[in-house]
Ligand binder design. Structure first.
Ligand SMILES: Nc1ncnc2c1ncn2[C@@H]1O[C@H](COP(=O)(O)OP(=O)(O)OP(=O)(O)O)[C@@H](O)[C@H]1O
Length: 337
């Protein structure tokens, strides 16, 4: 659906900035593709190259079989009918009602009046805002404004929806609702969605695949769980840590430092289905060690459980060896703290 080949974007000026540095990506039809990175990583520049809002310095961008960097301005305008976009700060027209905002791209596209009315009502229903058709943006909450933004972006039946930090200005609860709406739109309408963000939650809750950007480059890319369960680049590791810290609290570390010959503190790392296994009860039953849980932090990456558990086990050396063996069988990664 979208193919990006060896893309470079350098902004001219006294101090040239290479915002995108040799990026190649392939985004498949119907998927939700996330691009995550810190501020300044080059995400917006890359996203805007997909609808021609930013012209690359070199490289190619193919959308639905068309190489867009070669299109004339007029051809680009036509292409943008196929590509909707939503923004962090919604970018609504204050002087127009909700209806007027959503109708805007259809008016520009030259649709007949009756068809515009029908379509606007359809998409307002889809985003749950039928009752706000006559309200003005200033009368809406942030979440409602973003719903209008989404309705406007999908009004002309685009094949692709580009999302520029769509939840950064929203509270956590509203973020969840907007992400759910985007996932619904992707499912119901089959629209390919590309989202840029610095929030892990956006990626783990709705994206199928992810690219991690740092300093203009894509440093890791793949299926969300593959990338985040086995992060290799420091930036990716940092993002994973924002969901589930791999660090143990100081009091647990201090406790582990007070060594005794008959016990040890183990740090178990869970990823995937092992987190659902009755690990602790199996250890106690099969080895006869006494076990106390010192700390636990289990979360989810997409729907895969992931996390750490610090336990203290009391028992002789042979029993503790048996514990290690069981954990090995269950593919639980282990560290002695
Ligand atoms: N129009 C421009 N002119 C000059 N430099 C720019 C322009 N737009 C972006 N840059 C620079 O390019 C680099 C990448 O910016 P970009 O906005 O693409 O990154 P980002 O990851 O989206 O960051 P943010 O979330 O802060 O917008 C930054 O150093 C930025 O200052």
């Amino acid at each position: 659906m979208i193919i990006i080949k060896n893309l470079d974007i350098t902004y001219p000026g006294k101090r040239k900035v290479k915002a995108v540095d040799n990026v190649s990506l392939e985004i498949k039809k119907g998927e939700i593709f996330g691009i995550i990175g810190l501020s300044g990583a080059g995400k917006s520049s890359l996203l805007r190259a997909i609808n021609g809002l930013v012209r690359p310095t070199s490289g190619e961008v193919w959308v639905d079989g068309v190489e867009i960097t070669r299109l004339s301005s007029k051809e680009l305008l036509n292409l943008r009918q196929k590509i909707g976009m939503i923004f962090q700060h919604f970018n609504l027209l204050d002087s127009r009602t909700v209806f007027g905002n959503v109708a805007f791209p259809l008016e520009i596209g030259g649709y007949p009046r009756e068809q515009i009315k029908k379509r606007v009502m359809e998409v307002l229903e889809l985003v749950g805002l039928l009752d706000k058709a006559d309200s003005y943006p200033r009368e809406l909450s942030g979440g409602q404004k973003q719903r209008v933004g989404i309705a406007r972006a999908i009004a002309a039946n685009p094949k692709i929806l580009l999302c520029d930090e769509p939840t950064s200005a929203l509270d956590p609860q509203t973020t969840g609702q907007i992400l759910k709406l985007l996932a619904e739109i992707n499912q119901k309408l089959g629209i390919t969605i590309v989202i840029i963000t610095h929030e892990m939650r956006v990626i783990t809750e709705i994206c199928d695949r992810v690219a991690v950007m740092d300093n203009g480059r894509v440093v890791e890319e793949g299926v969300v769980t593959d990338v985040f369960l086995n992060p290799s680049h420091p930036i990716t590791k940092e993002f994973v840590n924002t969901v589930i810290s791999k660090e143990l609290p100081e009091e647990v570390l201090a406790h582990a430092r007070t060594r005794r010959p008959d016990r040890e503190v183990l740090l178990l790392r869970f990823a995937g289905n092992t987190a659902n296994e009755p690990v602790v009860s199996r250890i106690i039953k099969e080895t006869g060690v006494e076990l106390s849980i010192l700390y636990g932090n289990i979360g989810h990456l997409k729907d895969v459980p992931y996390g750490i558990l610090a336990v203290e086990i009391f028992g002789d050396e042979s029993k503790r060896d048996k514990v290690r063996q069981i954990l090995h069988e269950l593919s639980v990664k282990l560290e002695v703290v």
